[in-house]
Design a protein. Sequence first.
Length: 247
Amino acid sequence: MDALTISAASGLRARMESLEMLANNISNQATAGFKTDREFYTLYRSAEAIDGDARSAAPTLPVIERQWTDFTQGVLTPTGNPLDLALSGSGFLTVQGPDGPLYTRNGQLHLAGDGSLQSQEGYPVLDSSGSPVQIDVSRKVEFSAGGSIYQDGESAGDLGIVEFADRSILRKVAGTYFELGAAGLVPEQSSTTKVVQGKLEGANFTPAEAAVKLVGVMRQFEMLQKAIRLGSEMNRRAAEDVARVSA
Protein backbone atom coordinates (compact mmCIF):
# COMPACT_ATOMS: atom_id res chain seq x y z
CA MET A 1 0.00 0.00 0.00
CA ASP A 2 1.42 3.40 -0.97
CA ALA A 3 2.12 6.23 1.49
CA LEU A 4 -0.83 8.33 0.29
CA THR A 5 -3.35 5.55 0.87
CA ILE A 6 -1.82 4.64 4.24
CA SER A 7 -1.99 8.24 5.49
CA ALA A 8 -5.56 8.68 4.23
CA ALA A 9 -6.68 5.41 5.84
CA SER A 10 -5.09 6.46 9.14
CA GLY A 11 -6.87 9.79 8.89
CA LEU A 12 -10.21 8.01 8.32
CA ARG A 13 -9.64 5.90 11.41
CA ALA A 14 -8.90 9.00 13.50
CA ARG A 15 -12.06 10.65 12.13
CA MET A 16 -14.11 7.56 13.08
CA GLU A 17 -12.84 7.83 16.66
CA SER A 18 -13.65 11.54 16.66
CA LEU A 19 -17.16 10.81 15.32
CA GLU A 20 -17.82 8.30 18.12
CA MET A 21 -16.72 10.85 20.71
CA LEU A 22 -18.84 13.55 19.05
CA ALA A 23 -21.89 11.26 19.07
CA ASN A 24 -21.48 10.74 22.83
CA ASN A 25 -21.19 14.50 23.39
CA ILE A 26 -24.32 15.15 21.31
CA SER A 27 -26.33 12.47 23.14
CA ASN A 28 -25.51 14.17 26.47
CA GLN A 29 -26.31 17.76 25.51
CA ALA A 30 -29.35 17.70 27.80
CA THR A 31 -27.56 15.96 30.69
CA ALA A 32 -27.01 18.23 33.68
CA GLY A 33 -23.37 18.64 34.65
CA PHE A 34 -22.04 16.79 31.60
CA LYS A 35 -18.45 17.63 30.65
CA THR A 36 -17.58 17.23 27.00
CA ASP A 37 -14.73 15.08 25.73
CA ARG A 38 -12.25 16.39 23.20
CA GLU A 39 -9.41 14.79 21.26
CA PHE A 40 -5.67 15.35 21.38
CA TYR A 41 -3.93 14.58 18.09
CA THR A 42 -0.40 13.48 17.41
CA LEU A 43 1.61 11.94 14.56
CA TYR A 44 2.57 8.29 14.62
CA ARG A 45 5.81 7.01 13.15
CA SER A 46 6.46 3.28 13.13
CA ALA A 47 9.42 1.76 14.98
CA GLU A 48 10.70 0.40 11.67
CA ALA A 49 10.78 3.91 10.24
CA ILE A 50 12.54 5.29 13.30
CA ASP A 51 15.20 2.55 13.20
CA GLY A 52 15.70 2.90 9.46
CA ASP A 53 17.72 5.35 7.42
CA ALA A 54 17.51 8.73 9.16
CA ARG A 55 17.94 10.45 5.80
CA SER A 56 14.77 8.91 4.37
CA ALA A 57 11.50 10.76 4.60
CA ALA A 58 9.48 8.20 6.56
CA PRO A 59 5.72 8.91 6.53
CA THR A 60 3.95 9.93 9.73
CA LEU A 61 0.32 9.05 10.33
CA PRO A 62 -2.33 11.15 12.11
CA VAL A 63 -3.80 9.46 15.20
CA ILE A 64 -5.81 10.47 18.26
CA GLU A 65 -3.32 10.00 21.08
CA ARG A 66 -5.89 10.40 23.81
CA GLN A 67 -9.18 12.00 24.75
CA TRP A 68 -9.40 14.68 27.40
CA THR A 69 -12.31 16.11 29.32
CA ASP A 70 -13.16 19.80 29.12
CA PHE A 71 -14.14 20.94 32.64
CA THR A 72 -15.22 24.48 31.75
CA GLN A 73 -18.28 25.80 33.57
CA GLY A 74 -21.69 25.20 31.99
CA VAL A 75 -24.62 27.61 32.07
CA LEU A 76 -26.74 27.56 35.26
CA THR A 77 -30.44 27.18 34.49
CA PRO A 78 -33.25 27.74 37.05
CA THR A 79 -35.54 24.76 37.68
CA GLY A 80 -37.45 25.76 40.81
CA ASN A 81 -36.78 22.33 42.36
CA PRO A 82 -35.22 22.74 45.84
CA LEU A 83 -33.31 19.47 45.39
CA ASP A 84 -31.63 20.65 42.18
CA LEU A 85 -28.15 21.96 42.97
CA ALA A 86 -25.74 23.68 40.60
CA LEU A 87 -22.07 24.16 41.40
CA SER A 88 -20.36 27.42 40.52
CA GLY A 89 -16.64 26.82 40.58
CA SER A 90 -14.33 23.85 40.15
CA GLY A 91 -15.74 21.54 42.82
CA PHE A 92 -17.61 18.23 42.60
CA LEU A 93 -20.32 16.56 44.63
CA THR A 94 -19.25 13.26 46.20
CA VAL A 95 -21.51 10.19 45.95
CA GLN A 96 -21.07 6.58 47.02
CA GLY A 97 -20.77 4.49 43.88
CA PRO A 98 -20.89 0.68 43.64
CA ASP A 99 -17.09 0.41 44.00
CA GLY A 100 -16.22 3.51 45.99
CA PRO A 101 -16.58 7.30 45.90
CA LEU A 102 -17.55 8.96 42.63
CA TYR A 103 -17.49 12.66 41.77
CA THR A 104 -20.07 14.52 39.72
CA ARG A 105 -21.25 17.98 38.68
CA ASN A 106 -24.80 16.72 38.16
CA GLY A 107 -26.81 18.11 41.06
CA GLN A 108 -30.17 16.68 40.00
CA LEU A 109 -30.90 14.99 43.34
CA HIS A 110 -33.86 13.34 45.03
CA LEU A 111 -34.85 12.01 48.44
CA ALA A 112 -35.30 8.30 49.05
CA GLY A 113 -38.01 7.04 51.37
CA ASP A 114 -35.51 6.66 54.22
CA GLY A 115 -34.44 10.30 53.92
CA SER A 116 -31.12 9.71 52.17
CA LEU A 117 -30.18 12.28 49.55
CA GLN A 118 -29.38 10.47 46.30
CA SER A 119 -28.25 11.12 42.74
CA GLN A 120 -30.42 10.24 39.75
CA GLU A 121 -28.88 6.76 39.63
CA GLY A 122 -29.62 6.17 43.31
CA TYR A 123 -26.08 6.76 44.63
CA PRO A 124 -26.11 8.26 48.16
CA VAL A 125 -24.71 11.79 48.36
CA LEU A 126 -21.90 12.01 50.91
CA ASP A 127 -21.15 14.74 53.42
CA SER A 128 -17.72 16.17 54.24
CA SER A 129 -16.96 13.24 56.58
CA GLY A 130 -17.80 10.64 53.93
CA SER A 131 -21.14 9.60 55.44
CA PRO A 132 -24.45 9.54 53.50
CA VAL A 133 -26.49 12.73 53.87
CA GLN A 134 -29.75 12.13 55.78
CA ILE A 135 -32.64 14.59 55.59
CA ASP A 136 -36.01 14.70 57.37
CA VAL A 137 -38.47 14.30 54.49
CA SER A 138 -41.22 16.09 56.44
CA ARG A 139 -39.30 19.35 56.75
CA LYS A 140 -38.23 21.97 54.22
CA VAL A 141 -34.59 21.76 53.18
CA GLU A 142 -32.28 24.61 52.24
CA PHE A 143 -28.68 24.61 51.04
CA SER A 144 -26.30 27.48 51.68
CA ALA A 145 -23.76 28.70 49.15
CA GLY A 146 -21.06 26.96 51.18
CA GLY A 147 -22.84 23.60 51.02
CA SER A 148 -24.37 23.59 54.51
CA ILE A 149 -27.79 21.95 54.87
CA TYR A 150 -30.54 23.55 56.94
CA GLN A 151 -34.05 22.42 57.87
CA ASP A 152 -36.34 24.97 59.52
CA GLY A 153 -33.26 27.05 60.31
CA GLU A 154 -31.43 24.19 62.04
CA SER A 155 -28.19 22.68 60.75
CA ALA A 156 -28.65 19.23 59.20
CA GLY A 157 -25.09 18.60 57.99
CA ASP A 158 -23.17 19.63 54.92
CA LEU A 159 -22.36 18.42 51.43
CA GLY A 160 -19.05 16.79 50.61
CA ILE A 161 -17.87 19.17 47.90
CA VAL A 162 -14.31 18.46 46.81
CA GLU A 163 -11.86 19.77 44.24
CA PHE A 164 -8.66 18.57 42.62
CA ALA A 165 -5.44 20.46 42.04
CA ASP A 166 -5.01 18.48 38.83
CA ARG A 167 -8.30 17.38 37.29
CA SER A 168 -6.47 15.26 34.72
CA ILE A 169 -6.26 12.57 37.43
CA LEU A 170 -10.03 12.10 37.08
CA ARG A 171 -11.27 9.31 34.84
CA LYS A 172 -14.78 9.39 33.40
CA VAL A 173 -16.59 6.16 34.24
CA ALA A 174 -20.16 6.78 33.02
CA GLY A 175 -22.21 9.80 32.07
CA THR A 176 -21.39 12.57 34.51
CA TYR A 177 -19.43 10.49 37.02
CA PHE A 178 -15.68 10.50 37.58
CA GLU A 179 -13.33 8.41 39.69
CA LEU A 180 -9.74 8.89 40.75
CA GLY A 181 -7.40 7.53 38.11
CA ALA A 182 -4.91 6.11 40.63
CA ALA A 183 -5.07 4.65 44.12
CA GLY A 184 -3.85 6.71 47.03
CA LEU A 185 -4.99 10.08 45.66
CA VAL A 186 -7.11 12.15 48.02
CA PRO A 187 -9.34 15.09 46.98
CA GLU A 188 -9.42 18.33 48.92
CA GLN A 189 -12.49 19.95 50.45
CA SER A 190 -13.45 22.90 48.25
CA SER A 191 -13.67 26.32 49.88
CA THR A 192 -14.31 28.30 46.71
CA THR A 193 -17.13 26.38 45.00
CA LYS A 194 -20.60 27.84 45.56
CA VAL A 195 -23.82 25.82 45.72
CA VAL A 196 -26.81 27.35 43.92
CA GLN A 197 -30.11 25.81 45.01
CA GLY A 198 -32.95 25.50 42.50
CA LYS A 199 -30.67 25.50 39.45
CA LEU A 200 -28.79 22.94 37.36
CA GLU A 201 -25.57 23.31 35.43
CA GLY A 202 -26.08 22.53 31.75
CA ALA A 203 -23.68 20.54 29.59
CA ASN A 204 -20.72 22.59 28.35
CA PHE A 205 -21.32 21.45 24.77
CA THR A 206 -23.84 23.43 22.73
CA PRO A 207 -25.91 22.29 19.72
CA ALA A 208 -24.22 24.96 17.59
CA GLU A 209 -20.76 23.61 18.41
CA ALA A 210 -21.98 20.07 17.71
CA ALA A 211 -23.29 21.07 14.28
CA VAL A 212 -20.04 22.81 13.31
CA LYS A 213 -17.90 19.87 14.42
CA LEU A 214 -20.15 17.33 12.68
CA VAL A 215 -19.95 19.22 9.39
CA GLY A 216 -16.17 19.45 9.76
CA VAL A 217 -15.79 15.73 10.39
CA MET A 218 -17.96 14.83 7.39
CA ARG A 219 -16.00 17.13 5.09
CA GLN A 220 -12.75 15.60 6.28
CA PHE A 221 -14.21 12.16 5.58
CA GLU A 222 -15.01 13.20 2.02
CA MET A 223 -11.51 14.58 1.41
CA LEU A 224 -9.83 11.47 2.79
CA GLN A 225 -12.05 9.21 0.71
CA LYS A 226 -11.09 11.19 -2.39
CA ALA A 227 -7.42 10.79 -1.44
CA ILE A 228 -7.85 7.02 -1.23
CA ARG A 229 -9.60 6.92 -4.61
CA LEU A 230 -6.84 9.07 -6.09
CA GLY A 231 -4.18 6.75 -4.68
CA SER A 232 -5.97 3.71 -6.09
CA GLU A 233 -6.27 5.34 -9.49
CA MET A 234 -2.56 6.29 -9.51
CA ASN A 235 -1.61 2.71 -8.60
CA ARG A 236 -3.87 1.33 -11.33
CA ARG A 237 -2.39 3.58 -13.99
CA ALA A 238 1.16 2.76 -12.83
CA ALA A 239 0.44 -0.94 -13.11
CA GLU A 240 -1.02 -0.48 -16.61
CA ASP A 241 2.02 1.56 -17.73
CA VAL A 242 4.39 -1.12 -16.45
CA ALA A 243 2.40 -3.77 -18.28
CA ARG A 244 2.58 -1.83 -21.55
CA VAL A 245 6.34 -1.28 -21.23
CA SER A 246 6.91 -4.96 -20.42
CA ALA A 247 4.88 -5.98 -23.46
